[in-house]
Structures are given as structure tokens and as C-alpha cells.
Write a protein that binds this ligand. Sequence first.
Ligand SMILES: [Zn+2]
Length: 326
Amino acid sequence: MKLDSPIFTDKDAARIHLEAQRWPNGPICPHCANSDQTRITSMKGKAHRPGLYNCLECRQQFTVTVGTVFERSKIALNKWLLATFLMTSSKKGMSAHQLHRMLGVTYKTAWFMAHRIREAMKEDVASSGPMGGEGKTIEADETYIGKRETPRKLARGRIANPTKSGKAGGAQKRIVVGLVERGGKARMFHLNDATKETVRDVLVRNADRASTLYTDSSRLYTRTGEEYASHKTTNHARGEYVRYEGAEVIHSNTIESVFSVFKRGMIGVYQHCGEAHLHRYLAEFDFRYNRRTALKVTDTERHDDLLSMIGGKRLTYRRIGEARYA
Ligand SMILES: [Zn+2]
């Protein structure tokens, strides 16, 4: 896919391409889920916009963007497709400033488009199920990024204070927990607080307990690790980053490298990220990692995959500022 493709320059070409990705077997009514092609008619003629369909089951009209993150946008579809292509094919993401310049839309519009696109990048964890399984290896780790906007509350209502040197330290940073299946997918989560309980909750909901688990020697994982088929650790405090046990290569370098791409993107491209939006940036980096070039996914395939995911995920101005923790 090149940037001079008609889907990026012509709104009808963009719509036809989007219809093909969302509806590989023909239009589906977003109001009543009717997919019987004999019960859906195309509204043709000068009086109607191209791409308008009529559902004979529920008697309502629809287009390909109804019920998607593109709904009720005044931005031409070809610009949406250019924005989605740029964001899905740039390894560290693309800033709203750059989208604003490249698309010729206002900064505010570009910012909101980018957040809607991130919302579309969110994997439906309920339908894709947990990662790992028998014979599979999951690496888990946590990382700290950026300053918290709300101080972390400790037990009995105390608040974690910055150190005397003025440095925030881990206590005043945002907490991200990440899981990755070796050779497979990654999922990162923003936690309000990292405790044995919150970390366990993320682990058991997202990583099959029949998996082998590798972590560092943090006490966050000790008890939960016992629930897994096997749990092995490397002791980073003692300078141990990899250990060999027979055929096993024990390390958590894979999840470290996922964090590393995320952090470089956040520092180099995004710089300012409100705490309320962090979950959406994490979804963006997961999306690209899970369709990385090393898995032989092309830029076109990654983009088309996103276009198939835009449904059922509307993002409004009202909802955009709500923080979501794992
Ligand atoms: Zn219908």
C-alpha cells in the first residue's frame, strides 16, 4: 500500500475499501444485525449518498461507519484511512501534531481522531481469550512511566510522598504491567496500584494457568506463580538476566523489549500523555506488537485488520477523559 493509493485520496474508494474489510460477506445491519443480503438493499440514485443501505428487517438505514469509531465525523473517510494507515505502520506511533500537518485538519481534530483510532486498536480480550496454555511460555513484568497526576494512596489512607531529593521514584509514577507469550502476543495494562492482588488479577485473567511463567524475583509474582504449571525467576538485583536449565532459557527480556518500544514511543513521539488516556496508548503499542513485521504481517494487512476492528467501539468527548485501569 502506498500513500498515493485512491483509498487515501478519494472518499468513495475509501468507503468501498472499508466496506470490504468490515463486511467481507456483504453489508450487516448495525441496528438489528441482519446479514441476509436479500433483505438489504442499496439506496441508489441522486437523492441518496453513495454507501447508504436500507435494512428490510428493521426498516432502518445505515452506512459502513454507523456504530464505529468513525461515526458522526465530518472528516472524509479517505483522511480517516490515511490516519489509520500512518498510525498502524509507524512503529513508535504518530503524534497528533504530525497527523494535523499531514492530514490538513486542526490539531484538536487530529488529537481526537488519534484517540478514536487507539480505541479501535483495543483487542476484545473476552473473545480472544487468555494467552499461553500448555507448553507455552508467558513472561510478566511491571514498569513505571511518567509522573502520576493523582498521588498513590497507601494503606490506611496515607499518601506516598516523593523522596527528599525531589525525585518521584516508583511511588509517584504510573504503573504498567505487561504480559507476553513468547513468539506470540503482548498485553499491557495501566494499574492504579501494583500489589500481589492487582497483579494476580491481571495475570489470571490474561494468561492461561497451564502456561510456564517467567518473571524477575519480585515478590509480586511469588504466590500467583504457584498457580501456574511452572514459575521460574531470574534475579535482576544479583545481575542475573538469563539462566539456562536444560532446554529452558529463563529470562524476561521479551517483555522488557515490549516496554522499551513503548517507552521510546512515549518519550520520542507522544511526550505528554494524560493519565486518563494511558490505557489507549498501551492498546496502540500492543496492537502493533501483535501484528509486527517479524510475524510476517505487512503494513497493508495490519491496516486492514484495524479497519475490521472499528465496530462497536464508539468514543465520545464525554467518555474520552475517563481513566481506565486494568
Ligand atoms: Zn436492521
